[in-house]
Design a protein. Sequence first.
Length: 650
Amino acid sequence: MAWDDNLLPEQRTAAAHAGRHARLLAGPGTGKTLTLTRHICFLVTEQNVSPGNILAVTFTRVAAWELRQLVENELGEGQCPRISTLHSFALRQLIRNETRITDLQHPLRIADDWEERNIILEDLKGLLNLKRISEARDLLDKLSADWQSLTATQADWERRFPNPRFLGLWREHRRIYGYTLRSELVYQLKKALEQRGDFELEGPIEYLLVDEYQDLNRCDLAVVSEIALRDVELFIAGDDDQSIYGFRKAHPEGIRRFPLDYSGAEELSLEICKRCDCGILDLGLFVAQQDHRRIEKEIRSEPGRGQGEVALLRFQDQNAEASGIASLCTHLVEDHGLQPDNILILLRSDHNGVFSGPIRQRLEAASIPVSAATDTASPLDCVVGRTLLAFMRLAVSREDSLAWRTLFQVWCNGVGSSAIGAVYDLARSRGMSFAETVLAVSDNAVILPSNHQSRLSGAISRVLDRLEELFSGDVQEEHETHDELLDVVRTAAESLIVNKESRDSVLREFERVAETTEAASLKELVRATEVASDDIEQEIEQGRVNILSMHRAKGLTAEAVIIAAAEDQYIPGRAQGDAIDDERRLLYVSLTRAKHHLFVTYCDRRTGPQRHTGRNSGMANRALSQFLVDCPHTPQDGRAFINRLTEEDE
């Protein structure tokens, strides 16, 4: 296939760009990924650029995998450039230059989401005598925000930091457990690029493609700038209307200012939306255009598209809403012939399943298969999944302190916080890591206080014996196929996880990680679990209606989308200032996931647990989101709308 086959004229123009930096503005459904794919093909086949000299950076692991698959389908196996998330790229460069970096823990070990929540934050809470885990989270978030927004580079940063005691304690904890936070990876790369003349990037890099440029924070943007200074041509793509990751300091001004930051850059755009019917796109644009700071851009549905089905439905309460949503799904499946996995139900928030629970119950009662993935829970975060992952990490390195700590916490009966604290204190006094201290105790338990010697030495022996049973071969070797690698994991899982349903769930997660990252060894597989954030990775379950958070829906599309609980108490909810703009953009992204059917539901009142959610928690009354109150669609009584559908179906 030629690089420009089946491209629209505007897509062909963008894909064929070369010679200077370029910004591609691409709204929802305009073919951004296709254009990026063909741009790579153009560079390789028409400009004779070696694939090894092209680097493409995406925002999520799944997006990187999809782009890699598309390029390989076009160019053939072995002709794909390097494609990864920015965090994975940063990690590879830091590992590559470990001997040149003195202020990071070696070997580089990234604390994943579970370890950050259940070890780091819990320890900091206890060591600082804080009352709530949220206080420790606030302090760590402040630290991360300084990295991501670059205030950490200011000379008086440590003096300004509101809790120097926290800073000192965190650094001690970080040294003893030997971790680096994922949120500091890109910052450390930026600092190394700026400060080390001998810092070597894998490459050489001639062309850098950056997808979802609007979701980069100031630190990410600085890294891109540093790479561009090395005579690298930038091709960035995105849409400021779809910048939704303000919680990680995403900076939509980056894509807005690109022509100023890179003088002479080419301005490219995609204007024809091939996803949304006209009425759906119009409602989305009504929301997006409320931001007077956005880049003015043309976007329209492709010629010949119909209006689609759009309805704003008001229900009395959450029970009527859940029943109505189940009826809508039944109607879409039985009367429109949609497969369940072509229906998305999107929620702004869903702590402890408070919103998805009632909806899921009604769908199951209607015999509609459903899956809810609205929180950050992963099969690897349950006890058995976490246990297997910790043993895998110890198989790769017995000096993995966080893995030892995890097994003490979730697998070793009788090892409590007091015993763990004794190991920590011994590590601190001896200037050793937690793992080094554990292995020293294994050789000589008397170095511990007498009341912990027997319990800890026994636990350590049990871990080492079980580790030998689970992974007796050479785990450092690379495997020729994913199946060979997964066989190693599967054998260990069958020995360790008794419950088949839990075991299958954990193995499916490892299969997804292995496939999307192309891991070839156990070391690469466990490394891949460290750098992906569950908050933003978007994977749907086939054969089921998927209930997702709005953030996880980005990058997805479906025949039908139902946005539930679209009330002002949640969208924008408690947001203030710039965060309100994030919420507006999040709603725009959610609306434009739909191809042909879009339903927005809200309630007059919420009772029970839902009453205690959102802004003005405790008050029952609810109102439609401020972003929709003046839209062209008049809200309809949900129950009456469902009754009319039922009558028409009969």
